[in-house]
Design a protein around this ligand. Structure first.
Ligand code: PEP
Ligand code: MN
Length: 355
């Protein structure tokens, strides 16, 4: 699988910007929103017409008539259009109505049967597909969904990062877990990642800071919910921005260049990092050699590999040292956790497998 960067208009300092309401609710709501977004330079309009709602009895979308409103907005403004599809009938209807971009929602992306059904329906069509992350933080499942779409012959593909289900107390409606989209990006080299800060935030006041964070991480674009009258929205009312609020956020974003050619100074700093990394790996390898010797000692004395008191004593020591160097305790704790778990695995091997 060789996925190239997504081919879509890049209207925001080289980044893709998709905006529009969570749901198409009426022709007037969609057209009013589209006109305002178009006036501020947005080139791609989103709107869901089939809404996967958590609870039954809530607004489940207007259905295919919404595709006609999207087509009307496109004819009037020239914007490209995007909607969510969750089964083969949705794909057929959306393609038939001339929708430019189809996205697979987070709940659907979790279900390989549904993704395969969509992939089969897409086969032979040259369209653009965006795949949201599955609800669970599982890069494998996300990559699998993308691969199914790729195998159907679709080449203009991007992933949408919309956060992962959070249960209980949490700042955001969905946990960002930024390391997961970054891992996906590394795994599927070349794939574009578009951030959906609206569904991560769940609150319009938090959308701006998430947009900035996505840009700082070098993501390729944003898909943001915007409604001409958010308070009256039939779905996701709390997280939608008015077009002018959105304009304010976009205008204040600092978008760095992650493709600039490094100059002398950056090269020197990077060479220094490479040297330090070399020492770090060397030190970890030496530490593991000592770990193996201790494993040998424990084997001959029939000691357990894991020693609770020693584990806590070393962890405390790491945290003290970290504090002295101004490093966050939680970060250093995680690092120790990884090194310690590798050490214990080695010692278990030594204790079990050697005579
Ligand atoms: C949406 O984009 O409106 C939507 C339903 O998103 P998600 O699948 O991320 O919940
Ligand atoms: Mn929504």
């Amino acid at each position: 699988m060789r996925i190239r960067p997504i081919d879509l208009p890049r209207t925001m300092h080289g980044k893709v910007l998709i905006a529009g309401p969570c749901s198409a609710e009426s022709e007037e709501q969609l057209l009013t929103t589209a006109r305002r977004l178009h006036d501020m330079g947005v080139a791609i309009l989103r709107a869901g017409v089939w809404k996967p709602r958590t609870k039954p009895g809530t607004f489940e979308g207007v259905g295919t008539v919404g595709l006609q409103w999207l087509a009307k907005a496109k004819a009037e403004t020239g914007m490209m259009t995007a909607t969510e599809v969750a089964n083969a009938a949705h794909v057929a209807a959306a393609l038939d109505a001339g929708t430019d971009i189809l996205w697979i929602g987070t709940r659907t992306a979790t279900d390989p049967f549904a993704v395969q059904e969509i992939a089969d329906a897409l086969s032979g069509h040259d369209t653009t597909v965006l795949i949201k992350n599955p609800i669970a933080p599982d890069p494998e499942l996300w990559a699998g969904a993308i691969e199914r779409i790729y195998n159907a012959g679709i080449r203009n593909i991007a992933a949408i990062h919309r956060g992962f289900a959070a249960y209980g107390q949490s700042t955001y409606r969905n946990r960002p877990q930024w390391d997961i989209p970054l891992e996906l990006h590394n795994r599927l080299r070349g794939i574009s990642i578009i951030c959906d800060p609206s569904h991560i935030a769940g609150d319009s006041r938090l959308v701006g800071e998430l947009c900035q964070q996505a840009m700082d991480l070098g993501m390729d674009g944003l898909i943001i919910e915007s409604h001409c009258d958010p308070h009256a929205a039939l779905s996701d009312a709390r997280q939608q921005l008015t077009p002018s609020e959105l304009d304010g956020i976009i205008g204040s974003l600092v978008i760095g260049d992650n493709a600039c050619t490094p100059d002398e100074r950056l090269n020197i700093l990077r060479a220094r990092i490479d040297e330090i990394d070399d020492s770090l790996i060397g030190l970890i390898a030496r530490r593991m050699e000592v770990v193996a010797e201790i494993g040998e000692y424990k084997r001959t004395r029939q000691m357990t590999a894991f020693q609770d008191s020693r584990y806590h004593a070393v962890l405390d020591k790491w945290r003290d040292m970290a504090a002295k160097h101004g490093l966050p305790g939680a970060f250093v704790g995680k690092l120790y956790e990884m090194i310690h778990s590798e050490a214990i695995n080695r010692q278990i091997d030594i204790i079990r497998h050697k005579p």
